[in-house]
Design a protein around this ligand. Structure first.
Ligand code: CTP
Ligand code: CA
Length: 233
């Protein structure tokens, strides 16, 4: 057993985990961002390392302590995150996208601070869609046989509940596993615990887990190991 008495069942595997939230620059001093703390992603990286994997953590604007995580690549924007993940992925057995990726970015980023003109209201900021990094990874498989895992923070709405949206997303993205977690109302973002349903590419439930972010992380790695064809002997 390795760190924290963990089984070494990920030994010999290289895993890439993205964590945090991307920031899209509006001008040199402003950005569009989100509330992701990155804690679930950091827990995934730590759990994998404890279980014997070699880990690359692509960290988007993380303020979490990252001591002891051997390979950390810090990024800011979605373009930087995409470049870092795609640079690491050809050497990875597993890629896990926990990062909260901005869906849109400003179409233009002026080199100088945008000034307000008193009495004239704000100038609109035109947005363009970002590439879907997870869907690209699932489609391209930058290393043959690579396992691709996504996360989906969902709230229910008038068109369906959390699982309905999560299962539809799983079928859309093409990842091997999608970890669905309910957010809003104090759940998920910024808290120390999490509750998730893990589904496969068809949206079928393969596991459920609740507890600390570390316990959820271990359940995700267990689900990765259970995939067929098996990743590790
Ligand atoms: N993701 C990504 N690239 C994007 C958007 C999302 O790689 N441009 C990844 C996230 O890292 C996560 C998964 O896709 O693993 C699901 O993200 P989510 O925001 O829930 O899905 P979207 O497809 O963006 O759908 P929506 O925000 O409309 O619910
Ligand atoms: Ca999104």
């Amino acid at each position: 057993a390795g760190a924290r008495g963990a089984p070494q069942d990920l030994a010999g595997l290289h895993v890439v985990v993205s964590a945090g939230g991307t920031r899209e620059p509006i001008d040199p001093v402003r950005f569009i961002g989100n509330l992701s703390s990155g804690r679930q992603g950091v827990a995934l990286a730590r759990a994998a390392q404890d279980r014997g994997a070699r880990v690359t953590l692509v960290a988007a604007n993380l303020t979490e302590p990252l001591d002891g995580i051997e390979d950390v690549v810090r990024v800011g924007s979605t373009a930087e995150l995409r470049d870092a993940v795609r640079a690491a992925a050809p050497g990875a057995d597993v890629v896990v996208m926990t990062a909260a990726v901005a869906d849109f970015r400003p179409a233009r980023t002026p080199g100088a601070k945008i000034k307000k003109v008193p009495g004239q209201g704000p100038a609109p900021i035109e947005l363009v869609e970002n590439p879907d990094i997870l869907a690209e990874l699932a489609r391209e498989r930058l290393r043959p046989g690579q396992v691709v895992v996504g996360f989906a923070a969902e709230t229910g709405d008038e068109t369906g509940d959390v699982l309905h949206h999560g299962r539809a997303k799983a079928r859309r993205k093409g990842a091997d596993l999608l970890v669905i977690n309910p957010v809003g109302g104090g759940r998920g973002f910024g808290t120390d615990s999490n509750e998730v349903t893990i589904v496969d590419a068809q949206g079928e439930t393969v596991a459920q887990a609740a507890g600390s972010k570390r316990e959820v992380a271990d359940a995700v790695w267990d689900a990765v190991l259970k995939l067929s064809p098996p990743l590790a002997a």
